[in-house]
Design a protein around this ligand. Structure first.
Ligand SMILES: CC(C)(COP(=O)(O)OP(=O)(O)OC[C@H]1O[C@@H](n2cnc3c(N)ncnc32)[C@H](O)[C@@H]1OP(=O)(O)O)[C@@H](O)C(=O)NCCC(=O)NCCS
Length: 104
């Protein structure tokens, strides 16, 4: 087996993880975020599941669900235990990390 084949095979087992999506606040709610995610879906079409782990706020949940991601699971108190300061988004203190997945 050649090296490039090993990497090809490894790719079958590596989860595709979308780390974060951000749009300039002046340009939000115009479809750019969804367009970025759709671009990633098209680029990785046929590569299995894409996952995203994010803070649990109405904005992020609504955004990722609108992109077609489906709730997978949560890690309780992840944000409290892995950051040395409280994080607030949209006035909500982040506690759990929630994961979503989408079959590509
Ligand atoms: C989340 C984010 C990337 C969305 O980008 P965007 O370009 O504004 O999103 P879109 O215009 O493509 O919105 C698509 C859909 O997502 C949902 N959505 C987006 N922003 C939302 C908000 N603030 N509140 C509720 N739902 C929201 C809506 O269903 C929206 O469709 P609609 O506008 O027709 O109602 C952007 O708000 C952002 O950069 N936030 C700060 C960074 C962040 O929190 N990233 C996510 C965590 S990794």
């Amino acid at each position: 087996m050649e090296i490039h084949q090993i990497f090809e095979n490894m790719r079958d087992f590596m989860p595709l993880l979308l780390l974060a999506v951000a749009v300039d606040p002046r340009s939000q709610r115009r479809g750019y975020g969804k367009a970025l995610v759709r671009h990633a879906f098209a680029h990785y079409a046929g590569h299995g599941k894409m996952r995203i782990g994010t803070g649990d706020t109405p904005m992020t949940v609504s955004f990722y669900e609108s992109c077609g991601f489906v709730y997978s699971h949560r890690i309780k108190d992840y944000m409290l235990e892995h950051y040395d300061h409280p994080i607030f988004e949209d006035g909500v203190q982040l506690r759990d990390k929630v994961y979503f997945a989408k079959e590509l």
